[in-house]
Design a protein around this ligand. Structure first.
Ligand SMILES: [Zn+2]
Length: 334
């Protein structure tokens, strides 16, 4: 591997991550092996034993603390990144960083930075306070700090929520796509329906989904899960500008102002995380509210999924039962 400075694109990923700046700087220091580890301090003339105080097996340099030390391995093995990281055979932190970027899904890179940071904090706790943390605690600590940081950041939610004139479907701005989502709940069913329809700026249907999921849910939760379906799809579509539209006003409000103690907090945190993660990838996902009249196509898909207990994806075409709804959206907007 060449010098750290030679890997511009790997550093770009670091500066674009949705994590605190102090953690980006920490990773940068780890890559350059200048964290104030015992080995580093000793090499700078400080009178200190350079051995790792935890394992006494090797000098305590950055890469040892964060990866090579058996205790660090215990932490990583508790994380969801372990299947990807356990195959790593490199010799320094820069290589480990590049490995994560090349081998993990994009969400993993932020997760990797957060856990590295938590390992360093736990190391300091051990060195300065003699307090030991279990690997699982370190991983959950990393997850908590990240969730707190992401919850404090505003996600893109359009301000049109109270505008009464938005009763018809509107095509998205040129170059954007719009994903309408809706849920269907029947009183006597153990299932709920989810409808998703993706249209471009000309109103053309790029994709549609009529889905059916198991569970007896309140309409609010079903609508929230429909939004989650839309956001996951948006995340994978990799389009530059994506609007996810729902007719559930309360869902939009709760995503805008999440309550960390609500039972559905983890679903909302997941939605917010996907929305924020995309900003480093030059994708913008915005959630908007529309009247139910403007969401008829998505509603029809959700009802179809629930009535027939099916999961169907339609690519580049519009199913026959949907065409009249799509046509009427056309006439209003175009
Ligand atoms: Zn060690």
């Amino acid at each position: 591997m060449s010098s750290p400075e030679g890997n511009v694109r790997f550093f770009k990923r670091l500066w674009h991550l949705n994590i605190q700046n102090k953690i980006k700087i920490f990773v940068w220091k780890a890559i350059h092996a200048i964290l104030p580890s015992r080995h580093h301090l000793a090499s700078r003339g400080v009178q200190i034993d350079p051995l790792c105080p935890r394992c006494n097996l090797s000098n305590e340099h950055s890469f040892h603390v964060l990866w090579q030390c058996p205790w660090a391995k215990d932490v990583w093995s508790e994380s969801a990144l372990w299947p990807m990281l356990s195959r790593f055979l490199g010799q320094n932190f820069m290589e480990l960083w590049c490995w994560t970027i090349l081998n993990g899904p994009c969400d993993d890179v932020g997760c990797f930075a957060m856990i590295s940071w938590s390992i360093w904090l736990a190391r300091n706790q051990w060195v300065f306070e003699g307090r030991s943390m279990h690997g699982r605690e370190v991983v959950s600590h990393a997850g908590n700090i990240w969730a707190q940081f992401l919850t404090s950041k505003p996600v893109r939610i359009s301000n049109t929520i109270n505008e009464p004139h938005l009763i018809h479907w509107n095509a998205p701005p040129v170059g954007s796509i719009k994903i309408n989502v809706d849920a269907a709940v029947f009183d006597d069913s153990d299932f709920f329906g989810v409808g998703v329809i993706v249209r471009d700026d000309k109103g053309m249907v790029l994709m549609a989904r009529a889905g059916c999921l198991e569970g007896v849910l309140t309409p609010y939760l079903a609508e929230l899960l429909a939004v989650r379906e839309g956001i996951i799809l948006a995340y994978h579509l990799q389009w530059t500008n994506i609007i996810v539209e729902t007719d559930a006003r309360n869902v939009v409000e709760y995503i805008r102002h999440p309550n960390a103690l609500a039972p559905e907090a983890s679903i909302i945190a997941f939605i917010r995380r996907l929305m924020l993660q995309t900003s480093g990838l030059t994708i913008t996902i915005t959630i908007t509210f529309c009247r139910s009249f403007a969401n008829k196509a998505a509603h029809e898909l959700a009802s179809f999924g629930l009535r027939n207990l099916v999961d169907v994806d339609y690519k580049d075409c519009c199913p026959f039962y949907l065409s009249s709804f799509v046509r009427s959206d056309f006439t209003y907007d175009l």
